[in-house]
Design a protein around this ligand. Structure first.
Ligand code: ARG
Length: 465
């Protein structure tokens, strides 16, 4: 039975009913629908629309309804209600009779669904923020453990310059920091209550909307009822942030897949996050990371989905908007799971420091430092670049690293090179020269680790975990 049957004579087409119902998707909003309804009952009391006794009964029954399904919300799906709002109201009326019929006074499902969704998003944002912090912490710990491990840094996937492995870890820490702060901005913007906007024009009852907003933990009430019931910007924003963050996670995954490849062998992933091949016994595949990379596409798709749903919709509420939930719920689930997975991968990672170092030495990633050395000796950078290039070519031909060349070899290309060349182009000196803010010297990286540790403590306090 629907809640709006009065105006209709014919029964709904069976297929349309199924097509129109959103309960199977929005039942997960139960907690927030109850929360919003309790707040609404309080404001109805404040405005003397219901009595103390009625409010008490409504609140107690709403809490009871929540308890009935708390442990198994899927029970809700046994009903044929149109959506979660109808389900809660019908259940309230079933238990309370006529008093239950008063809850929807002055309210519409349009402002109700907007409220429920915002409450859901607020909770989801905190959950994601917690996952981000946990992942960041695992990166910082790995950075701390590998402060002396040198790895080649890449551009164009060609060995470029040596970096400390910790520097790589902290690059992802920085990206996640931005994700966290985007979420904070989004939360602040969406923390505005739409309840009391009615179907589109506001409610006809004298209601203190500001007080109502505070009952639900919103910071204020919205300014325009038309906008409030049709605003889904926060979903677009949240899915944009999710997309950016998933892009970070997919790059993180790709880096590690590469480092883990047989060709690099820089890291070893734990057995716990890899799988084997049904045919080739030697294989240990980085599935966890490949899946993160693969699932990123889903989240991008969800962002596009919500943008296309909203494009060109006239004000105010349209049923198209019911389709906003699947993409929101799905993207957030994928995102949270990928953050969790990334952390687990990091916890089990083993760095093959010796191989990393050798690869870095072999890759001529100290060539820039050879050129800089010549500059210090008075050669112009352009000439120094050319001479260093020739030395590198010679070393490649002779299958040697730069450090393996003799002084005689060097002097063939430039007579001013003397034996302090070796201390200038060894990997440690290449690293430690890069000592300006944000560089890969051990000093800078140690500073960054201390900063990152303090940041995590601050954020934990901020979101109370
Ligand atoms: N199930 C609907 C949704 O999710 C709730 C709002 C329905 N409003 C309406 N006027 N039919 O969007």
């Amino acid at each position: 039975m629907t809640l709006w049957g009065g105006r209709f004579i014919k029964k709904q087409d069976k297929f349309f009913k199924e097509f129109n119902n959103s309960l199977k998707i929005d039942f997960i909003l139960i907690k927030y629908d109850i929360q919003g309804s309790i707040a609404w009952s309080k404001i109805l009391l404040d405005s003397k629309i219901i009595t103390h006794e009625e409010q008490r009964k409504i609140e107690t029954t709403l809490n009871l309804i929540f308890r009935e399904v708390k442990n198994d919300p899927k029970k809700i799906l046994l009903s044929d209600s149109e959506d979660i709002h109808s389900w809660v109201e019908k259940r309230l009326i079933y238990i309370l009779g006529d008093i239950g019929k008063k809850i929807h006074t002055g309210r519409s499902r349009n402002d109700q669904v907007a409220t429920d969704l915002k409450l859901w998003c607020k909770k989801a944002i905190i959950t994601v923020q917690k996952k981000i912090i946990n992942f960041q912490e695992s990166l910082i710990n790995l950075a701390e453990k590998n402060i002396s491990s040198i790895i080649s840094g890449y551009t164009h996937l060609q060995k470029a310059q040596p970096i400390i492995f910790s520097h790589w870890c902290l690059a992802y820490f920085e990206m996640l920091k931005r994700d966290f702060s985007r979420l904070k901005d989004c939360l602040q913007r969406l923390n505005v209550s739409p309840l009391g906007s009615g179907a589109l024009a506001g409610t006809g009852w004298k209601i203190n909307r500001k007080k109502l907003a505070l009952y639900m933990g919103f910071s204020k009430s919205s300014n325009n009822s038309l906008d409030s019931v049709s605003d889904r910007d926060y979903i677009v924003e949240l899915l944009s942030i999710a997309s950016i963050s998933m892009m970070h996670l997919s790059r993180f995954s790709e880096d590690l897949i590469f480092f883990n490849s047989g060709e690099c062998n820089f890291i070893e992933l734990s057995d716990a996050v890899t799988s084997g091949s049904s045919l080739m016994p030697q294989k240990k595949n980085p599935d966890s990371l490949e899946l993160i990379r693969g699932k990123t596409g889903k989240v991008y798709g969800d962002l596009l989905n919500i943008l296309v749903i909203l494009k060109g919709l006239p004000l105010a509420y349209n049923k198209d908007m019911q389709e906003d939930k699947e993409c929101l719920f799905s993207a957030l689930k994928v995102w949270i799971n990928c953050l969790k997975m990334s952390r687990i991968v990091i916890l089990g990672i083993k760095l093959n420091s010796k191989i990393c170092r050798e690869a870095s030495e072999k890759g001529y990633s100290n060539s820039t430092d050879l050129a800089d050395y010549l500059v210090e000796k008075g050669v112009s950078f352009r000439d120094a670049h050319k001479i260093s290039g020739k030395i590198v070519l010679y070393a490649i031909k002779n299958n040697k690293s730069l450090l393996q060349l003799t002084l005689k070899d060097f002097k063939k290309f430039c007579s001013i090179i003397d034996d302090n060349i070796y201390q200038n182009i060894n990997l440690e000196s290449c690293l430690n020269k890069r000592n300006s803010h944000g560089g890969t010297s051990q000093k800078q990286v140690l500073k960054s680790i201390v900063y990152a540790q303090k940041y995590v403590l601050r954020k934990r306090k901020e979101i109370k975990i």
